[in-house]
Each structure stands twice: as C-alpha cells, then as structure tokens.
Design a protein around this ligand. Structure first.
Ligand code: CA
Length: 231
C-alpha cells in the first residue's frame, strides 16, 4: 500500500498528530488540513486515495464535507472514512444519505485506524480484482465462480439469495451495511419496507454457516458487517 496518499481533515492538533504519525508509520503519505473548506480544495486538487474526515470541524462540518465530496464528479470516487465521537450520527454516516464508506468512533486505537484504512483501500480497487477469487475467513471458504461454500471440510448448501447475501457482505468486508443497502443490492428493492427480510435471511445464513456464523456481525441499530480477517 506504499505510496497511497491520505487527506486527513481534523482541527484538533493532538488527534491530527496521532493519526498522521500512525499512518506514516504504516507507509502512507499524509496531507493534513484543519477545516472543511481546505479539505474540499485539496481533495479536488490532489486527488488523494482516501479522505479521513472528522465530523466536528469549524465552519463546514464533516457531514457537509462528505456530502459535497460525494456530490462532486471530481471527488465522488474517493473513499471517505468518517471519524466521530457522536454515536447518534452513525446511522446517517453509513446510510446512503451521505455516502461515507465507513466510520470510526472516537476514541479509536491506531491499529484499528490503520486496519480500517487498508480495508477501505482494498475495497476501492476495481471489483474484478477481488470478486472472483476464492477466499477464506476462519473455517469458511467461499468460491464465487464455482458457487461453492465450505465450512471446515463440509460443503454447505445455500440458496441463491443466501449466497448473494454472503458475497455482498464479504465483498465489502469490514464495512457496515444497512438493511436498506442489502435489500437494494441483494434483492434489488428500492424501498425499505422489507427490512425484516434481511434479518430473516441473515439468521438462516448464520445457522447454515455454523461455526463460521460469527463472520457475519450484527451492528446494533445499523445493519450487518462481514468480519475482517485481521483480528
Ligand atoms: Ca474535530
């Protein structure tokens, strides 16, 4: 991942220093700014690989910066990782409304930060590089092309929908996905009238995955997330 640049937007200097130090140690180059206005300018001029965006900023706040970045053709492809101390904002951050790619709640560990950044950058790679490969998480093995799932040595029978649900979660590993997003991607629904459908399918999927069931994590009040390999 060396050579990737990260735009860090944070007005609190001690947090900014901590973040910058740890990301530099991990091999990233850092551009740091202290306001939303500067963030918008630098994001379109320098096209960073990722924007690490604090929610609480003087002037334009992080939510608005995210909305503007995602609404601009020049910058909308840049992944945004939001930092927030306000858990009540999490719903809006990860929802379709703002388009942030993930969030971290303050206080967070430097290790968690680096893992999250790497995960987002991996996902930001063109889909064909990752989506066709077999992958393993713990006892679980998934073969997207062969349409096969194994837990340990045993072949698991999944319905087409369960398989699509598993793949969708896995392809966006580490990222929380709301029930609405899953309904949209897996079922093709455009409204959220069937949220229980998601819960029901996740429950059945977990039952079938048995000892690998914990790959699918519930994020209370938000949705589901596929566990990252790193622990
Ligand atoms: Ca702040």
């Amino acid at each position: 991942m060396t050579g990737k640049s990260i735009l860090v937007v944070e007005d609190e200097e001690d947090i900014l220093d901590l973040i910058s130090y740890n990301l530099k140690q991990a091999g990233f180059s850092i551009v740091a700014v202290g306001s939303g206005e500067e963030a918008l300018e630098v994001a379109s001029e320098e096209a960073p690989s990722l924007v690490l965006l604090d929610l609480m900023l003087p002037g334009i706040d992080g939510l608005e910066v995210c909305r503007l970045l995602k609404g601009n053709a020049e910058t909308k492809h840049i992944p945004v990782l939001m930092l927030t101390a306000r858990t009540e904002e999490v719903d809006r951050i990860v929802g379709l409304e703002l388009g942030a790619d993930d969030y971290l709640t303050k206080p967070f560990s430097p290790r968690e930060l680096v893992l999250r950044v790497r995960a987002i950058l991996r996902r930001a790679q063109p889909a064909e590089e990752v989506s066709d490969e077999c992958f393993r998480v713990g006892p679980l093995m998934v073969d997207p092309i062969g349409h096969r799932v194994q837990v340990g040595r045993e072949e698991i029978e999944l319905t087409a929908t369960e398989f699509r649900l598993l793949l969708t979660l896995a392809e966006r590993r580490g990222r929380v996905q709301s029930r609405e997003e899953l309904l949209n991607v897996v079922w093709g629904y455009e409204h959220s009238g069937y949220r229980r459908t998601v819960d029901t399918h996740v429950r059945r999927l977990r039952e079938k995955l048995r000892e690998a069931a914990d790959c699918v994590e519930t994020v209370r009040g938000v949705g589901y997330r596929f566990r990252r390999e790193e622990r």
